[in-house]
Design a protein around this ligand. Structure first.
Ligand code: MRU
Length: 362
């Protein structure tokens, strides 16, 4: 997608040296477009853990380049194992991390020396290219859901939570891919962007990227979604996901479950967009089997923004002695999901439908 007319991906190899990895530092958005140059596996592990890069598909792609950086320094078997363990421990919920590392290891383990390093960069690039093609396919399959509601040129109002746009992937996004395609086709779309406390990925990232593409949108407090659905102001909900069980339970950013409940109560379709690399075929019950990341209390007790004097400021919003809890994800049971938008097409959120659509991996 484009930033001020210039096409970008969310991660790429530095054109000047051909080996360092460039990312967009998402902790600086929307205040600054900062593009750090990462030169070590440790720097990449930090970038994932501290959420300079985030979003399930981008976490996977970043980890793949983390392995490539590690192999450039030392392509030994032990360093390959070390890189996979270190990068694999950065974030627990998004299964794409484990998927990408497993793909890298299967590809690299039989090789050695310089061939392993060259192959690591090539495989990381292939993971990125596959991600772009996959998300474009998700966009094409999700587009008819929007088109069907755009009869007689009426505006289609879509609610989304967190950021599942192009900067959460390598390009296009998952939940936002059908929205970008609808907008580019001239359909009158409008997105309700939930701010997504505590880290505000909606307010800072989704609003930023939709704005850069010119897509009409309105930021709302997380608590406003149910009210808007009751008023008939939401035609459909589309969210991304960090892990889907083989039975169709969906882990996504904290607060997603409440929107699925409100959508069900109000007859609003609730769709989840995902690449098949987000499906964890080894587990069935999302509530008991998906690890939920617990993040720092400070994400709840403070907020960061631009102060009136133009500086970026972090302020405390909770009494000094009040503790906070910060579960970063929740699980929406499959029964509340209208359907899954995958790279192969629309799929019901249940074991039989998923197994039929992805029969070779199920
Ligand atoms: O904690 P984050 O910002 O990595 O959480 C991201 C989400 O929950 C996204 O909705 C999900 O990863 C899908 S991204 C295409």
């Amino acid at each position: 997608m484009k930033i001020d007319g210039t096409p970008f991906r969310a991660i790429w190899v530095d054109e000047t040296d051909g080996w360092a990895v460039r990312i967009i530092d998402q902790t600086k958005l929307p205040w600054a477009l900062d593009i750090p140059r990462l030169t070590s596996m440790e720097a990449m592990a930090h970038a994932i853990k501290a959420m300079l890069v985030r979003g399930a598909p981008l976490i996977g792609a970043s980890a793949a380049y983390g392995v490539a950086l590690a192999m450039r320094t030392d392509s030994s078997d032990s360093n390959l194992s070390h890189a996979i363990v270190t990068l694999g421990a950065t974030r627990p919920t998004a299964i794409n991390l484990r998927w990408a590392l497993a793909r890298m290891e299967a590809h690299l383990r039989p090789l050695g020396g310089n061939a392993r390093t060259v192959a690591a960069y090539a495989e990381a690039a292939a993971i990125c290219d596959d991600d772009v093609a996959t998300n474009a396919a998700i966009g094409r399959h999700g587009l008819p859901l929007i088109e069907a509601r755009a009869t007689n040129g009426r505006r289609v109002n879509i609610l989304t939570h967190c950021n599942a746009g192009w900067i959460a992937t390598v390009d296009w996004g998952t939940a936002l891919a059908p929205i970008y395609m609808a907008f580019d086709k001239g359909i009158d779309v409008h997105v309700w962007v939930e701010e997504t406390r505590p880290r505000n990925q909606g307010a800072s990232l989704t609003a930023w990227e939709l704005g850069k593409h010119g897509v009409p949108h309105t930021v709302i407090a997380d608590n406003a979604g149910g009210h808007l659905m009751q008023r008939g102001d939401v035609d459909l909900v589309i969210v991304g996901t960090d892990r889907v069980t083989r039975s169709g339970d969906v882990a996504n950013k904290i607060g997603t479950y409440l929107k699925a409940l409100a959508a069900r109560d109000n007859g609003v379709p609730f769709w989840v967009a995902l690449p098949s690399s987000t499906i964890d075929w080894t587990i069935s019950d999302g509530l008991s089997d998906i690890p939920i990341e617990e993040r720092a209390q400070s994400e709840v007790t403070t907020m960061t923004g631009r102060a009136m004097d133009g500086s970026i400021a972090t302020i405390r919003i909770v009494p000094k002695d009040s503790p906070a809890a910060n579960p970063a994800f929740d699980v929406t049971p499959a029964r509340l999901v209208s359907g899954l938008i995958t790279e192969r097409g629309l799929c019901s959120a249940n074991e039989a439908a998923l197994a039929e659509m992805f029969h070779e991996t199920a």
